[in-house]
Design a protein around this ligand. Structure first.
Ligand SMILES: Cc1cc2nc3c(=O)[nH]c(=O)nc-3n(C[C@H](O)[C@H](O)[C@H](O)COP(=O)(O)O)c2cc1C
Length: 389
């Protein structure tokens, strides 16, 4: 069973993650993980923190001489801003005034501030927001990087690109190929269409000048996935449901569509369903369309997995929204913390990490194995079985 936990506050000393269940013998270097951490820090529209944080992972356990041991992999990513927060986030009791405590008493609409303060009976929303913050996704990206490394040993790859930002979007029905998506790597917003990307940049500039934020959408694609991962047996085993839960667990993600799941509501069955063909040469079933996004009945069907993920506008606005002070109950403008205008490119990288985790989890459910040798043998045998079908 593959599982992980993360811990750490946004302005605490560090974020940590423990990933358990990776087979022994997987080549793994901290540099693999750092590459993904760096990708999470890119993108037009990010705020000042990205300049402060240059994330680097320290692997604390589970790896020896560049190979996994099969034991839990513990990782630590230092918060470089900690130096400025040692008092406000001190672990030991310490006497501070409200300003030194960086107390937050005017909850920001759209954040966990108010709901969390009520839930925890906290008089300082910082007790909540420090953990609710998307800084936590750094630890998830580290976990996802290990999962990607594992998947790549079996030819499974995961990528993402930005498909919409405010009113700028790829035209309806325009599906980018894997090659187009990968070619967008390194561009300002990782959008696979340069003209649309330029419009997205203008949307961000417009939001910035009106002291606002703007929502968007990205698509995650996984390729090289064999037919047969996931299960039709139970609600919690269906792969589409597990991917949806994993993606919706990311801060600011409000909806996901599997394949053309949203458009499906207005289509005829004959237009929507992907007709089945067979290639006698490669002895493989295939589809000429992929409206299903690679999953039917909760099981992968051998086509690319395509998931569209919808992101709300970020909640902290330089133009603060209306709020109420937790203590005095007086109406004020919400408090402003340092913020991004759009984190869409970073959200895509976090989406990839969560998809990589779920894919690796379902992969290990199907093929098992305590060592990479064993998993590889099981995987190879199954691919042969598919060919012989
Ligand atoms: C990568 C990433 C970066 C984010 N950065 C910010 C930010 O700078 N400012 C902000 O207000 N929200 C940011 N968010 C979103 C908030 O963390 C999120 O909206 C908040 O925790 C409430 O959670 P919810 O939107 O899931 O309800 C970011 C989200 C992601 C995925």
């Amino acid at each position: 069973m593959l599982r992980f936990l993360t811990a750490g506050e946004s302005h605490g000393p560090a974020l940590v993650a423990i990933l358990d269940g990776v087979p022994a013998g997987l080549p793994l270097l901290a540099a693999h993980i750092d590459t993904e951490l760096k990708r999470r820090q890119q993108g037009y529209g990010r705020g000042g923190r990205m300049k402060i944080e240059q994330d680097r992972v320290e692997i604390l356990s589970g790896v020896r001489h560049g190979r996994t041991l099969g034991s839990p992999i513990a990782m630590r990513i230092a918060n470089r801003d900690w130096a400025n927060w040692q008092k406000a986030m001190a672990i030991e009791p310490i006497d501070l005034d409200d300003a030194e405590r960086k107390r937050v008493t005017r909850p920001r609409p759209g954040h966990a501030d108010l709901a969390g303060a009520l839930k925890l009976d906290a008089d300082d929303a910082r007790d909540v927001l420090e953990r609710a913050s998307a800084r936590e996704t750094t630890a998830r990206v580290a976990v996802g990087a290990v999962c990607r490394t594992f998947l790549s040993a079996f030819g499974v790859e995961v990528a993402s690109h930005t498909v919409a930002l405010g009113s700028a979007a790829l035209p309806p029905g325009r599906e980018m190929t894997w090659e187009e998506i990968v070619a967008a790597e390194g561009s300002a917003l990782r959008c696979a269409d340069r003209d649309v990307e330029q419009k997205m940049i203008e949307e961000i500039d417009r939001a910035m000048s009106s002291r606002d934020s703007v929502g968007g959408a990205f698509q995650v694609v996984a390729r090289g996935v064999p037919a047969g991962l996931g299960s039709h047996r139970h609600w919690d085993l269906r792969l589409n449901a597990r991917l949806a839960a994993a993606l919706c667990s990311i801060q600011s993600i409000k909806a996901i569509a599997v394949g053309d799941g949203v458009e499906a509501a207005s289509r005829m069955g004959s237009e929507f369903h992907d007709e089945i063909h067979y290639d006698k040469k490669t002895r493989r079933f295939y589809r000429r369309t992929n409206h299903a996004g690679g999953i039917e009945g909760g099981i992968t069907n051998g086509e690319e997995i395509r998931l569209r993920v919808y992101v709300k506008p970020l909640s902290t606005l330089p133009k603060a929204l209306h709020s109420v002070d937790l203590k005095s109950k007086q109406e004020f403008q919400a408090q402003v913390e340092r913020t991004d205008v759009s984190a869409i490119a970073a959200a895509g990288v976090v989406g990839e990490a969560m998809v990589a985790f779920v894919m690796a989890e379902s992969f290990l459910e199907k093929f098992g194995g305590d060592s990479m040798k064993e998993t590889t043998r099981n995987h190879r045998g199954y691919l042969q079985q598919l060919q012989d079908y």
